[in-house]
Design a protein around this ligand. Structure first.
Ligand SMILES: O=C(O)CCC(=O)C(=O)O
Length: 291
């Protein structure tokens, strides 16, 4: 299924740092992703996190780099609609795959996904786009929330490990990364965008767009979503003050070098045989990720 994205949607994405696209994933892919999610829940990767702590209602599981062990996700990342969407929105000639993440919140989960930017977690500078695919209908009250235009603030916020509050990037050399403001208790000061979504839709956002999400309350169904992270033409390897999440090793890149090096599969334009073979190498190397 070819995805048609209008010039207006591209401009919205570039201006606001986010856009909601309807009906971009067909039924066959959705069935495959559902099978992948169920396999993932039953067998999370070594990098997964149970975000809910004892006594908190519901259950919140997140995972990362699942496509390295879940064939349905790997197929979707290499051959699904996301690379073309990322290329169009970033106005990029080529797209490299970085990683995927999973977000599962059972009914009654009160724990939020904290307000954060994604790109500070990654050792990459330059264009990055995250595409979030809901696999269940999600009401606006439980949907992803994004601060309009925050990708243009020219501010990088230090990631926090969400489970126990330990901070990353708090070494002396990490001074360039600011603490995330308390958006939740001053929501009125920000223009927060969110949409009710259906399976087949996606929300695409810039790697520096500040976002978070409520738990899953007042709903009768589990809320499952898959995110995919893509790098555009000018994406370069960059070192940060602390290990990234995920932290890739074995690529041999030096800061400033293009990420288009074979380690991170080039998925757009569509890969030829060579790139598909390289992905197998990536799979092995990626398993050395440090948690
Ligand atoms: O689905 C969620 O709760 C959060 C998703 C998210 O933060 C992301 O994809 O970066």
């Amino acid at each position: 299924m070819a995805v048609a994205i209008s010039d207006a949607q591209v401009e919205t994405f570039q201006r606001d740092g986010v856009t909601h696209l309807k009906g971009v994933v067909d039924r066959d892919w959705l069935a495959k992703l559902e099978a992948g999610v169920e396999r993932n829940i039953a067998h999370p990767t070594p990098l997964h996190t149970v975000q809910t702590t004892q006594g908190e209602g519901g259950f919140f599981l997140s995972d990362i780099c699942m496509s390295q062990q879940i064939p349905e996700f790997r197929d979707f990342m290499l051959n699904g609609p996301a690379p073309a969407i990322a290329a169009r929105l970033m106005k990029s000639q080529k797209i490299n795959f970085f990683a995927d993440t999973l977000w599962v919140k059972d009914v009654g989960t009160s724990k939020r996904t904290r307000w954060h930017q994604d790109q500070p977690f990654f050792w990459v500078d330059g264009q990055m786009t995250v595409i979030w695919f809901p696999l269940d209908p999600v009401a606006k009250e439980n949907s992803l929330e994004l601060v309009r235009g925050s990708h243009t603030w020219n501010r990088w916020f230090a990631p926090e490990l969400s489970k126990d509050g330990r901070d990353l990037y708090r070494t002396a050399s990490g001074a360039a990364f600011e603490r995330m403001p308390d958006i939740e208790s001053s929501r009125g000061e920000y223009e927060i965008l969110s949409w009710a979504v259906e399976p087949g839709d996606c929300i695409a956002f810039n790697g520096l767009t500040v976002h978070g999400a409520p738990g899953n309350q007042g709903s009768a169904r589990r809320r499952r979503a898959l995110s995919s992270i893509w790098m555009g033409d000018d994406a370069r390897y960059a070192e940060r003050p602390s290990p990234g999440r995920p932290h890739f090793e074995g690529h041999g890149l030096k800061p400033g070098q293009s990420v288009d090096c074979g380690y991170f599969p080039r998925v757009w334009p569509r890969p030829g045989r060579l790139e598909a073979e390289r992905f197998a190498r990536f799979t092995d190397a990626g398993l050395q990720i440090r948690n």
